[in-house]
Write a protein that binds this ligand. Structure first.
Ligand code: THU
Length: 131
């Protein structure tokens, strides 16, 4: 059974491969699928800045491209002292697949906060809204 602390540890470790020469701010993510697999991600920056991909989206895209679409939780760990909240774009991308996913965050003191994604992105735009 994957607990919150363990998922944060995996996210923290995923920062090792962060490509962040511009911000020098490393972020790691660990995405737990409903089937029990874990996909990691790190932020990948770009000289154009705008082409940067956050750690959360890296993890989501890795999982989707491997055929996984149902997610239980995503843990995020940044280099700062406090909690690293997912950016707005990542919230929307996560919501596409798992509106009720648990978002797990930790600060430097290892305090853990858990939010349902719907608390971080109320009234998201979903595929049903296109009909
Ligand atoms: N970043 C993430 O990877 N995830 C977040 O939740 C916040 C921001 C990255 C993007 C960029 O590479 C760096 O952190 C600074 O914004």
């Amino acid at each position: 059974m994957m607990d919150e602390k363990k998922l944060i540890e995996i996210a923290s470790h995923a920062r090792i491969n962060s490509y962040s020469p511009y911000s020098k701010f490393r972020v790691g993510a660990a995405l737990l699928t409903k089937s029990g697999k874990v996909f990691t991600g790190c932020n990948i920056e770009n000289a154009t800045y705008g082409a940067t991909c956050c750690a959360e989206r890296t993890a989501i895209y890795k999982a989707i491209s491997e055929g996984e679409k149902e997610f239980e939780a995503i843990a995020v760990q940044g280099d700062n002292e406090g909690f690293t909240f997912p950016c707005g774009i990542c919230r929307q991308v996560i919501a596409e697949f798992s509106p009720s996913i648990k978002v797990i965050l930790s600060d430097k003191e290892k305090n853990i906060k858990v939010y349902p994604l719907s608390d971080l992105l109320p009234h998201a735009f979903y595929k049903e809204d296109l009909t």
